[in-house]
Design a protein around this ligand. Structure first.
Ligand code: NAI
Length: 724
């Protein structure tokens, strides 16, 4: 290799070398083989021509500075190829180290996002300047993909910021900082408003610092805040793993633990040894299943979903300008806020002016909070609020090009509100219902233009939940589907698309999780260990507390409706063991959940959760009723995964990426699994392993765990979900 293909060398007459990152084969620069080779060539040349060089600026010709590791390569790493990865990583580290210790000033002029490997390149420079644009994000998000920064990121952030700040501000949360916040937190040294200023500041640093050295290469350097060997620090050390447990709830996320270990171990040795330690932990994570799951979901699947792999082709995008939100309750208020935040005018309609005003008040509160936390300005908040018009007058929806209905979950009422406005809105307005359970095709019968009718299922709290489930009814047209997709993207949320069915995908699948937890209480298992099993499986909400939030009356209502539908279709209703527990809770003990004053938990005067209701032990728990902890966790995970497979069989779900993303972002399926179908792919032994374990669970806990035919078939063929 004698040529650099991805790093361009530009040198002026004063001896200033600008290294321009510009991979001709990709839209972004990544740490692929071509980059590794180019870096080696460039480093050799820098050393050889050192005497003619005054300083070095590292910048990029792409929109982003540098994107980091190539995830297509990383997801393919197997135990057999880890040695190659290890050596490749060390080679990059060695080259960066050679540049860092050349004795010439090196400046990172970050003209765009510098995340992961991009920020690691910048860390190896003596001075970091970022262009202050909305797209410039800085940080080490590797942990969110189950990885760690393996390009010297742990070694250098620890030496730059100290162990505690490096871990808390950069490494463990994977925070992506704006340039201003990166500056405030010590990740970078300067910001620049324009490209010219960026380069001018870089040159100015080189002029003023002809012989740069990293702080850690200066005599007498000590890690800020001390190392585990320093007096004072040792006392704090035990708090680290404890905090970590709090962050992951004991769920199987190996990356935070490895990051902590690499930081603490690396702080006690010299720079070079620390680099090797970091590399060892990196390859171990990269070869593991969790990183593969998380890369698949949070990178590839998320990209597929957001880029519209599922959006009907050939429909011209047409941004929504004015939306009518019908019903200003909890959901309507949140939907109004999210639309107004995206610049859409909102007519927020309820039965009375007061109810509508209450709905708008929700946005006022959110805005006040955002202003007080410095996340937005008062002017921007006022502009947002001015876009929301609360009203009780149907005439006000005139000219709306989309409608989102969020009145009570009652089909007759939903029909009535659509009838009231269907001739008042724009003649081709998109008609959406936010129902959480009612079949969309039947609801569509209440409107004249059924082709324009679509389900748009938001999650609570709407302002924070990133997912929207789009439901295609039997008569929903391709254009309506595409417009619904575009509307979800317009309000910066993630759309998944499913076909119509009772409970669609998300509401139906989460019901299995809850039922399984409740059933275990009915089997006499300690409720506290049921909650612990959910937490340790990685669910963000414990199962019984979630039931309390949703209310115990909700599953009864859904059950009654579903049962009627099954029996009307000539089928037999399969009773779930959770039903008896819920019925006793409600009928015998009057415990309907949090809003009813108490359910599986007790609540204080302030509505805050106190402890589990002691009556549970008295009426349900049986001495010695114990099952293996792993069974408790897998009953919850499998119940959701198996029903998702049935939804694929039934044609409700048509995209593996949508299933994975919908399960994580909509209903809290644990992120370490990579989503509900990736969980099956990545299960020990692959699909055959999953089938065998399903059969075992079916034998022990009931036929509901029997593997569906599609799963058995795929296992036999050696296929996974999402292959081909
Ligand atoms: P809510 O009870 O908080 O709000 C319903 C609102 O509709 C009330 O303000 C009520 O005054 C208003 N309303 C009733 N009749 C009306 C009419 N004729 N015209 C205009 N407004 C009218 O209910 P929530 O929780 O906001 O739910 C609304 C819908 O969203 C339901 O279909 C529900 O299934 C669905 N949903 C609820 C979720 C949740 O977590 N609560 C999640 C996803 C969907």
């Amino acid at each position: 290799m004698t040529q650099s293909t991805t790093i361009r060398w530009e040198q002026d007459r004063t001896g200033l070398v600008t290294l321009v990152l510009d991979d001709p084969a990709q839209s972004a620069n990544t740490m692929n083989q071509a980059f590794r080779d180019s870096l080696a060539v460039v480093t050799d040349r820098l050393e050889a021509e050192k005497d003619t060089i005054r300083g070095i600026i590292l910048t990029s010709a792409k929109k982003t500075f540098f994107a980091g590791g190539d995830l297509r390569d990383l997801i393919r790493v197997t135990p057999d190829t880890t040695q190659e990865l290890f050596e490749g990583g060390l080679a990059i580290k060695r080259d960066l180290r050679r540049i860092e210790t050349l004795g010439k000033p090196v400046v990172a002029a970050m003209n765009g996002a510098a995340l992961g490997g991009g920020y690691e390149l910048a860390l190896a420079c003596h001075h970091r300047i970022a262009l202050d644009t909305p797209g410039t994000k800085i940080g080490c998000p590797e942990v969110t993909l189950g990885l760690l920064p393996g390009g010297g990121g742990i070694v250098r952030t620890v030496r730059l910021l100290g162990i505690a700040d490096a871990l808390l501000k950069v490494l463990l949360q994977g925070t992506q900082y704006s340039p201003q916040r990166a500056l405030k937190n010590g990740l970078i040294d300067e910001v620049a408003a324009t490209q010219d200023e960026l380069m001018a500041k870089a040159r100015a640093f080189i002029d003023a610092n002809p012989e740069s050295r990293q702080p850690w290469d200066r005599p007498g350097y000590r890690i800020p805040g001390g190392t585990p060997a320093s007096p004072g620090f040792a006392a704090n050390l035990p708090a680290f793993p404890a905090n970590l447990r709090k962050q992951t709830n004991g769920a199987p996320y190996p990356a935070p633990r490895s990051i902590l270990a690499a930081a603490v171990e690396g702080a006690q040795v010299d720079f070079e040894t620390a680099q090797v330690i970091e590399a060892r932990y990196f390859v171990e994570l990269a070869a593991g299943q969790t990183a593969k799951n998380m890369i698949q979901a949070f990178f590839f699947d998320l990209q597929a979903v957001n880029s519209g792999a599922n959006r009907p082709k050939g429909v011209e995008p047409r941004p929504v300008r004015k939306v009518a939100v019908l019903g200003a309750g909890m959901m309507g208020a949140g939907i109004a806020y999210s639309c107004a935040r995206a610049g859409i005018d909102v007519v927020l309609k309820d039965v009375s002016a007061q109810a509508a005003a209450r709905g708008k008040n929700y946005s006022e509160k959110l805005c006040a909070k955002a202003v007080s936390r410095g996340r937005t300005s008062r002017e921007k908040a006022d502009e947002l609020l001015a876009r929301i018009t609360p009203t009780a007058d149907p005439q006000d929806v005139a000219g709306c090009d989309a409608v989102i209905e969020a009145v009570f979950e009652d089909p007759a009422l939903k029909h009535k509100v659509f009838q009231e406005i269907q001739h008042l809105v724009a003649p081709d307005a998109l008609l959406c219902s936010n129902t959480s359970t009612l079949p969309i095709s039947a609801l569509a019968e209440g409107v004249e233009r059924q082709g324009d009718f679509v389900g748009l299922h938001f999650f609570s709290p709407v302002d924070r939940m990133p997912l929207v489930e789009i439901i295609k009814g039997e008569r929903t047209g391709q254009e309506a589907l595409a417009r619904a997709f575009d509307l979800v993207r317009q309000i910066r949320k993630t759309p998944i698309v499913v076909n119509d069915s009772r409970g669609f995908f998300t509401s139906r699948v989460i019901g299995h999780f809850i039922n399984e937890g409740v059933a275990m209480v009915g089997e006499g298992i300690e409720p506290a260990s049921v909650e612990q099993a959910a937490a340790q499986a990685g669910y963000p909400a414990k199962v019984l507390s979630l039931m309390d939030e949703l209310t115990l009356t909700l599953p009864r209502k859904i059950r009654a409706e579903s049962r009627r539908a099954v029996e009307e279709a000539g089928g037999t209703w399969q009773t779930h063991p959770a039903e008896a527990v819920i019925d006793r809770m409600v009928d015998e003990f009057g415990r309907t959940g949090r809003s009813g004053g108490g359910g599986f938990y007790e609540y204080g005067e302030d509505g805050k959760r106190a402890g589990l209701w002691p009556g549970l032990r008295e009426h349900f728990t049986r001495e010695g009723a114990r099952i293996p902890f792993v069974d408790m966790q897998e009953r919850m995970l499998f119940s959701e995964a198996l029903d998702t497979v049935r939804l694929v069989e039934e044609g409700v779900l048509t995209s593996v990426a949508d299933a994975n993303i919908g399960s994580i972002f909509g209903i809290g399926f644990p992120g370490w699994t990579g989503g509900v179908l990736q969980y099956i792919n990545g299960y020990e032994g692959g699909l055959p392993g999953f089938v065998a374990r399903s059969r075992e669970l079916a034998e022990r806990y009931g036929e509901r765990f029997a593997p569906p035919a599609l799963l058995v078939e795929k296992a036999a063929k050696g296929e996974g979900f999402g292959d081909g």
